[in-house]
Design a protein around this ligand. Sequence first.
Ligand code: SF4
Length: 366
Amino acid sequence: MTTRFELDALYIEEGERSSALAARVIAGLPAGVAVRYVADGRVAARPAAGAADPFGAGKRRMIILRRRSPFVMACPAGSSEFACCGYLIAALASNCPMDCGYCFLQEYLADNPGFQIYANYADLFGELDRIGRNAPARAIRVGTGELADSLAFDRLTGISRDLVDYFARREGLLLEFKTKTDEIENLLAIDPRGRTLVSWTLSPARVFTTTEHRTAPPVARIAAACRVLEAGYKVAFHLDPIIAYEGAARDYLALLDDLFDAIDPGRIAFISMGGLRMTPGLRGAARRRFPRDPMLVGEEVMAPDGRMRAFTPLRVGLYEKLRERIKLADANLAAYLCMESPSVHRRVFGAAPPAPHALGARLAGS
Ligand code: SF4
């Protein structure tokens, strides 16, 4: 494993003191990390008073607590404005020990940046059973990597084992892990029976070096994908965010070449693409935390959805080049755009996007 995260402290909510998750994490905790018990983990997740970088400090504070609201949510990208894929989010954790300069969590979790993991995560299975019963004919994709990285610290939590095991026994449900780590050891020990997909966000080495702090190098992510593929998992990749810096087209095309050299494109479930988009609030927070990051200083324009994006012709030009390269590798390899309008989709693919549920079913491989 190339990803090594550090913790300052572990906080455990009193009510979860005897939970299986707390026991596993304590057993694997590196020496020297303080363990504290608190009445309400949500209080421990608030920004540390007086910290120079409260968001960064929150990432080093793991909190095991009970989730009080449902685990399953609709994907925040899902709206009538966007050509999306009908995807559900399982919120099993909040925040992430890695630190990407563009990460939307810097704004989204500014008020509760502690790295929270929910001890009652098995309640998710009851929610999914109900959803499956209410929509028996639909293929449902469930992702755990929206408000956190799906596998960061999995060596401590072991949550992936329970998830893969649950989905292996459910027809019509597909689990999607999304990660920038190479923490796959737990996955290699279980047979997913084709019901779990692991997806990696990939960026050129240049973006990794300047902006994706504490993540696994792209080459290690691709190597990890090769290993889980051989262990029976589906694999997919996200080129997201695509950053329109000078030389970006060359670097992203080279990245696709590296990927297709390592993995037969016919064995890749899909590739998603999404340009860098930031609300003004996120852009301000990111530039304050990473003032010297060359990837955060590009010229952008305000899009109708209130997010700053690279000028549309520049973005579309990049998408088209990458789409061509993907098509050349395998004309049947599914590619789609994340958080782009139907008009951008039409310009890139020459056709309107399929309905969300149809796209979701295709991406689920059903
Ligand atoms: S790996 Fe994902 S969740 Fe973690 S900091 Fe980077 S973008 Fe955010």
